[in-house]
Design a protein around this ligand. Structure first.
Ligand code: SF4
Length: 452
């Protein structure tokens, strides 16, 4: 099966080939995806306007201070893929155990093929920790993932993000000043004294997809980090210690998880950081159990109940699994919802000949389809629209940073200052220590397990 990027190039040339199943349309959301990301990096640097580049987040508003990538040397832009592949392999071979390359599930095939480990952000940060001999950890994912790897890896290890412009639009939707301003408003509303059971007014919970500064905020204020695998466990932990939760940055993961725990939508006000009291009345806030930050993932926002209906019409008996970053209506209409690891395990454990419609990033879905040909697997979204920021990592950048290491040069290092890392680790350690309760209710219609 053709890779997502090859297919996008073919579509741009008017020669699209099937990526999904017969009857599903072959278009990409942006012709610019067929170009090298350096074209966008350069245009952005020249214009002085940051953006997320082509792909699902292209229309999102990017904060002015997000990291930008400097110019990639011309030789890496000009080299054909085959040459880059050979150079990457040669550099990896020469570096041996001194380097470990990590590839996120959503990364393009042309990069993932060189990864020593492939997984979700937390699995990869732990994989880096296990490779103690590696002086350099090349993280082919996005910025917050590289920060987490830096905080969890050894002091002698340097974490490298091949393209600094590979951020995460969702993570950028909550920054420290806005969260601090929200916290001050919540304190004004609820005070800071515990109730009769010793529960504080609010526990901050941040999704892994957030900056190290926000993880540190949680560590400092009695809060915790969660992943899409353990969000229910983490919310249970939080409600044992607090009367309510401030959940950021992903409203959908927060809403889907809290709803599955039986919390009413009326008790989940949405917090718009640009409005006083988040755009809510004091009465609404008085009833709040989970205050949801107004953030979202533009990849997962693309999925709709109509796509699920269409998949069921086209493939009777199809098993629909979506990621909990999808909107609530989509999670409710799906058979199951779960993390990337949950989706992977569901495919691995299914009887041969199963059909899956999957609501997560296209690179992962396409790879599953190639790795498990005994099943029919396709992406719910018929339009090919990868994550804009994962797309910014191209084999040219990977070759550039690896050859830099051969010369003794550490390019694009991601470092979290120790004063931030100390508090952020507290929030991460709380997450690791949190244990699931016995009464967790799964997402989706079928009642299958959520925790992966
Ligand atoms: S898929 Fe969404 S949440 Fe994940 S890195 Fe891309 S924008 Fe961020």
């Amino acid at each position: 099966m053709s890779s997502v990027n090859n297919t996008i190039s073919l579509i741009a040339r008017g020669e699209g080939i099937p990526l999904g199943k017969p009857g599903r349309s072959q278009e990409s959301c942006d012709d610019e995806l067929a170009k090298g990301p350096w074209e966008f990096d350069l245009a952005e640097a020249l214009a002085g306007v940051p953006g997320y580049g082509p792909g699902a987040s292209n229309a999102d508003l990017a904060p002015a201070d997000i990291p930008r990538q400097g110019v990639l040397p011309q030789e890496y832009k000009d080299a054909p893929d085959e040459e880059l592949f050979a150079r990457i392999l040669a550099a990896k071979e020469e570096l041996g155990d001194r380097v470990v390359v990590l590839g996120h599930f959503y990364q393009r095939d042309e990069v993932v093929r060189f990864a020593d480990f492939v997984g979700d952000s937390f699995q990869l940060a732990n994989a880096a920790k296990a490779k103690a001999k590696a002086e350099a950890i090349v993280f082919c994912g996005v910025h917050f993932m590289a920060e987490t790897a830096d905080m969890l890896s050894g002091a002698h290890q340097k974490v490298i993000l091949p393209n600094l412009a590979a951020g995460c639009s969702m993570a950028d939707m909550a920054d420290l000043p806005s969260v601090e301003a929200c916290w001050a408003e919540l304190e004004g509303l609820y005070g800071s004294s515990p109730d009769a059971q010793g529960r504080v007014p609010v526990i901050p919970v941040t999704y892994m997809n957030s900056s190290a500064a926000l993880k540190a905020f949680c560590g400092k204020h009695g809060g915790i980090v969660c992943t899409s695998s353990n969000a229910a466990t983490v919310l249970e932990w939080a409600f044992e210690r607090g009367q309510r939760v401030l959940f950021f940055p992903d409203q959908h993961l927060g809403r889907n998880t809290a709803k599955a725990m039986g919390i009413s939508l009326e008790n989940m006000p949405l917090w718009n950081p640009r409005m006083p009291l988040g755009g809510n009345s004091p009465e609404t806030m008085g009833d709040a159990k989970v205050v949801l930050w107004q953030g979202f993932c533009s990849v997962h926002k693309r999925f709709t109940p109509a796509q699920i209906e269409q998949a069921r019409q086209d493939f009777p008996g199809v098993r629909v699994i979506v990621h909990p970053e999808c909107p609530m209506e989509v999670v409710d209409a799906a058979d199951e919802a779960g993390s990337t690891d949950y989706i992977l395990k569901a495919v691995q454990g299914a009887p041969d000949g199963s059909t899956f419609a999957i609501g997560t990033e296209i690179n992962m879905v396409n790879r599953l389809a190639a790795q498990y040909p005994q099943h029919t697997i396709f992406c719910l979204d018929p339009v090919i629209c990868p994550c804009s920021t994962m797309y910014r990592i191209h084999p040219g950048y990977l070759a550039w940073v690896l050859e830099g290491l051969l010369r003794g040069e550490v390019l694009n290092q991601i470092t979290v200052p120790e004063e931030i890392a100390i508090d952020a680790r507290v929030a991460l350690e709380r997450m690791l220590a949190a244990k699931p309760g016995v009464n967790q209710v799964p997402f989706g219609q079928s009642g299958k397990a959520r925790e992966a």
